[in-house]
Write a protein that binds this ligand. Structure first.
Ligand code: ADP
Ligand code: MG
Ligand code: ZN
Length: 633
């Protein structure tokens, strides 16, 4: 039986206050007792000898004056000594503790080691008190059995006494309140988790036939795709308790705490089986153990404990361990072997249909006007995660309130898409007319190259309103149909589109600005991937020249080749980007009349829709471009 949380917390607070007061008291007794005066100096080894023989009663370390003062005997025979030549002895504290010597340290005010000072003068008394409390607590429990109404000196407090009992949040499955219905899209993920649900509901069925059920499943995917949500939904579906712990909680833990926490987590889970243990952000503890000297012992111990526990628990009881990470490649291989996280459930960014259903799901929570076209919004948001989409709906609702409306309109959502993608409109940035003109040409450059190169990906919006993200404008492209494979030509087109902004500036103004930094970065990234990962350059062919890092976090790759090859790669990347720039230059030169017209229109209106843009571009006045592919209407 556990005391209910509130009582537990109350007794904790009282205890902490008493402990702190006691610590102060102890310290103030210790402190003034060291007298000065004629002090005999002895060598450090004499000092140690006196410590060993038990003569030493009190020690004061004065790092400012670089001396150790200590007293022997008490009452009339009390004598004070000092030693000034002493090594940096890490064992000293332990030695003093073993001999039960009172000790303290003075550190001059300007000394930055204030924390050490605090630790020694307050931490140790505190630690003793907590340690004592913990022992007492344990004895009480032993005597009365675990059901004893323990004082709970430990009870989830992050210090001394809490050793062991972890602050795992246990939520009864029903209370997670989440089921598969709350997760839109992600059908494959749900399907592979459905088996786990069925196992948790009827572990005995599986046991009867002798089937070994998955112990662990690892949810991998980019941030915000619903991994945490899915794990909760599994518990909700199976109606079992859900223990959640986040890998990052282990990070700032005291030595030895991490492993203890894992042990305790599984102990609790064992009592509550069938249940789900969910370790979020597992990469923070499950990182590959490296062979270098600079290992993190604490993390390794925690990981080892996790591995041991996963091997140890009785599989037929129905404990399933779910993990979630967005950096699967950094996980220790031992975690992935059969019997541990042997099942991998990809939770990818939602596709077109997925985005639409996520938008609809979250729109269900707010009041909407009738007939909002979610499909159109889904098309404008390729690459958005579930969390982004949820955020968009919320932003839209906030906007509706700001505008004093009681329902969310299509326009609210369209506007909030921009906010989530590019940040709020920034009123404080006031561009001069000339700057506005440059930005207008820049954005129109992107749009024209995009439209001419690839009519299938029309532009949905161009704007030159500065955003809080630092963007001075942006061109939004929509995706008409979902693509899973991208050809070499399409990558080259993407690069050309990214070069379109800078190319327009060069063409019209004969000079370049800093506004293209982000474009350049993205174009280079694509070109580099083409060369090192996708086998799309003639020069290197199908050789992987790099290892992917952080696939889900948008990270690039790490080169695994000689310096000489790296130099050649750089040259190849430069050539690809240059080719894109020329493609953009050519397109814009051929369509410079339209470029002028649209840019000036944009400069005047600040934001134009894809429709307005296409109307001007395709207007048959003798200057309409020859499209590479016929534009979709
Ligand atoms: P992750 O753990 O993958 O980083 P979360 O599960 O924490 O992502 O998702 C964050 C939020 O985004 C969720 O609380 C939910 O509101 C929303 N969300 C993400 N994916 C989906 C989805 N597939 N269906 C519905 N909501 C989602
Ligand atoms: Mg998460
Ligand atoms: Zn640009």
């Amino acid at each position: 039986m556990q005391m209910d949380d509130k009582k537990k917390r109350q007794s904790m607070i009282v205890y902490v206050i008493v402990a702190i007061v006691a610590a102060f008291a102890i310290r103030s007794v210790l402190y003034p007792s060291l007298t000065s005066g004629a002090i005999e100096e002895v060598s450090y080894s004499d000092f140690l000898g006196k410590v060993d023989s038990g003569e030493v009663k009190q020690v004061q370390l004065d790092t400012g004056a670089s001396q150790i003062r200590f007293t022997t005997g008490d009452g009339d025979s009390k004598k004070t000594y000092k030693t000034t030549q002493f090594p940096n002895d890490d064992d000293l504290v332990k030695k003093l503790q073993d001999k039960h010597v009172d000790f303290s340290a003075t550190i001059p005010d300007q000394n930055s080691n204030l924390w050490l000072y605090m630790l020694i003068s307050y931490g140790i008394p505190l630690l003793l008190i907590f340690g004592g409390g913990w022992l007492l607590n344990r004895r009480l429990r032993k005597q009365m059995g675990d059901d004893a109404p323990s004082m709970n000196f430990g009870g989830g407090f992050g210090m001394g006494g809490g050793l062991g009992r972890s602050n795992v949040r246990e939520v009864k499955g029903k209370e997670t309140g989440v089921t598969f219905k709350d997760v839109a899209g992600q059908d494959e993920a749900k399907e592979s988790l459905a088996e786990i649900v069925s196992f948790l509901e009827h572990p005995e069925k599986y046991a009867a036939i002798g089937a070994r059920c998955p112990r662990g499943a690892l949810l991998v995917g980019p941030p915000g795709t619903g991994k945490t949500l899915l794990a909760k939904a599994v518990a909700g579906e199976a109606n079992v308790p859900f223990f959640q712990i986040s890998g990052s909680e282990f990070v700032e833990m005291f030595v030895g705490r991490g492993a203890a926490k894992v042990r305790d987590l599984f102990k609790q889970a064992n009592e509550k089986a069938p249940c789900i243990v969910f370790i979020d952000e597992i990469d923070t503890i499950g990182k590959r153990r490296d062979t270098s000297l600079n290992t993190n012992d604490e993390r390794e111990q925690t990981l080892n404990q996790l591995l041991t526990e996963m091997d140890g628990f009785d599989n037929h009881k129905g404990i399933v361990v779910l993990g979630a990470t967005n950096r699967p490649e950094s996980l220790d291989v031992a975690l992935l072997r059969p019997g541990r996280f042997d099942r991998r459930v990809p939770v990818e960014l939602p596709d077109l249909a997925g985005r639409e259903s996520i938008l609809k799901l979250h729109a269900g929570d707010v009041k909407m006007v009738e007939g909002v076209d979610f499909g159109a919004i889904a098309r404008q948001t390729p690459g958005a995660s579930g969390a982004d989409l949820a955020n968009m709906i919320n932003e839209a609702a906030l906007r509706a309130v700001r505008c004093g409306r009681s329902r969310v309109t299509q326009e609210d959502i369209t506007e909030s898409v921009d906010v989530v993608i590019a940040g709020e409109k920034k009123k404080s940035t006031v561009l001069s007319e000339h700057e506005k003109e440059v930005v207008a040409y820049h954005e129109t450059g992107h749009a024209i190259v995009a439209a001419v190169q690839n009519g299938r990906r029309p532009v949905s919006k161009i704007t030159i309103v500065p955003r809080t993200s630092g963007a001075l404008g942006f061109t939004m492209q929509t995706e008409e149909d979902e693509r899973y494979l991208t050809t070499r030509e399409e990558y080259k087109e993407q690069i050309a589109v990214l070069c379109g902004g800078r190319a327009a500036e060069e063409l019209i103004f004969g000079q370049v600005t800093s506004g293209a930094a982000n474009d350049i970065e993205r174009a280079t990234k694509i070109a580099r991937a083409m060369v090192t990962q996708l086998g799309m350059s003639e020069r290197f062919g199908m050789v992987a020249l790099g290892e992917t890092r952080n696939r889900y976090l948008g990270g690039g790759s790490e080169l695994t080749c000689s310096d000489e090859t790296a130099t050649q790669i750089d040259a190849e990347v430069r050539a690809i980007v240059e080719e894109g720039r020329q493609m953009a230059m050519k397109t814009l030169t051929e369509n410079r009349f339209k470029l002028h017209e649209i840019a000036h229109y944009l400069q005047k209106k600040e934001t134009i829709t894809g429709e307005e843009f296409m109307n001007i571009l395709t207007r048959d006045d003798g200057f309409a471009p020859k499209f590479k592919q016929e534009p979709a209407e």
